[in-house]
Design a binder for this molecule. Structure first.
Ligand SMILES: [Zn+2]
Length: 343
């Protein structure tokens, strides 16, 4: 379902919700397995794809989270992490993504091979610097704390992100919201915020509007990952609007994880029409076999958004981006200004 139709590809784009761990090319997984002698269910890309990609609608979100084991095991060294990041930036450039935020969960991603977090971050920063130079794009970094790894992991991740706040702009509380309520994570997340990091929280993906309201009251986040179920309660819609919170929406992901019953019923356009600041993203482009172009195609051809409306979503992403203002503005003025004025 990867899409390189010039109709979408030629538009300069933003992406503010993309997981590095879900963006490893299949061939790279095989190369790494050969180099590091890792066990895989298949060593040929066509055969391995059925284990590392989700093509059909699943029962629930947990099934997708479970499919990540091979990806976690592929992150074997800081050099490999740098390669994975570089390839993701290259794939962004191919789609003309000019402002891009990458997120990853250090405690999850580096856990499989007990890697040094700082060395891996250095690798990522090298890839970022090369990509920003070669592709003239602005890249931001978000550290994820995974609910499933517990409150201690959240404290560790937040403290690490604060130590590196010159390089890391934000913190994301992610992973299954249904299984792990917010309670234990409030204190460390607010510590991140107090330290000047920006906050986004995965909420309202497979949980009801009330979960998003709880999230907003607990964290006062800058943005919410998904948040689509606010459509079921106008009070939640109003709260999101009133607080000026931007939703990072990933339509195809929501369909595949069964967070919406059919792609045609995705509330992206409805939320846009209600005045919610929605943005269009890919979530896990390799696992879900999608890209931002494909998400634009869905928004335009299936959900009926006009290309002008989609460019407004780009503006929302620019305005709410965690990328430092100077580099974000330079890129915006150079590539987006004629498409949509940010003021
Ligand atoms: Zn996500």
């Amino acid at each position: 379902m990867k899409n390189f139709d010039p109709k979408y590809n030629d538009i300069p784009k933003t992406e503010i919700h993309c997981h590095l761990e879900g963006a490893i090319r299949t061939q790279t997984i095989i190369d790494i397995a050969r180099e590091y002698d890792l066990k895989l269910p298949a060593y040929e890309a066509g055969a391995l794809e059925k284990y590392v990609k989700v093509y059909d609608q699943l029962r629930d979100l947990q099934a997708v989270l479970d499919a990540f084991e091979i990806f976690q095991n592929s992150i074997t060294s800081p050099a490999v992490f740098e390669r994975i990041a570089w390839e993701l930036f290259e794939d962004c450039a191919k789609q003309n993504i000019k402002l891009f935020e990458v997120r990853f969960s250090p405690d999850w991603a580096f856990h499989g091979h007990d890697l040094n977090w700082d060395a891996c971050l250095d690798g990522l920063l090298r890839a970022k610097e090369r990509a920003e130079g070669k592709f003239d794009m602005g890249i931001g970094i978000i550290a994820i704390t995974s609910r499933g790894m517990g409150a201690e992991s959240c404290v560790k991740t937040v403290d690490w992100a604060i130590r590196h706040k010159k390089q890391i702009q934000g913190v994301d509380l992610a992973d299954g919201e249904l299984l792990y309520p917010v309670g234990n994570f409030v204190k460390p997340m607010l510590k991140a915020k107090d330290a000047g990091l920006r906050i986004t929280v995965h909420s309202g993906e497979d949980t009801p509007a009330s979960a998003v309201m709880d999230t907003i009251h607990a964290f006062q986040p800058d943005r919410i990952g998904h948040g689509i179920h606010i459509i079921e309660d106008m009070n939640a819609v109003e709260l999101v609007k009133e607080r000026g919170i931007t939703l990072e929406i990933n339509p195809w992901s929501n369909y595949l994880t069964n967070s919406v019953p059919a792609i045609e019923s995705h509330p992206l356009k409805k939320l846009f029409d209600l005045g919610v600041r929605v943005t269009i993203n890919s979530d896990d482009p390799e696992v879900l076999e999608t890209n931002v172009n494909n998400e634009y195609r869905i928004a335009h051809e299936i959900l009926g958004m006009s290309m002008d409306e989609i460019s407004v979503c780009n503006r929302y992403a620019f305005e709410s981006s965690f990328i430092p203002e100077e580099s974000r503005k330079r890129i915006w003025n150079k590539y987006f200004n004629e498409v949509s004025n940010p003021n």
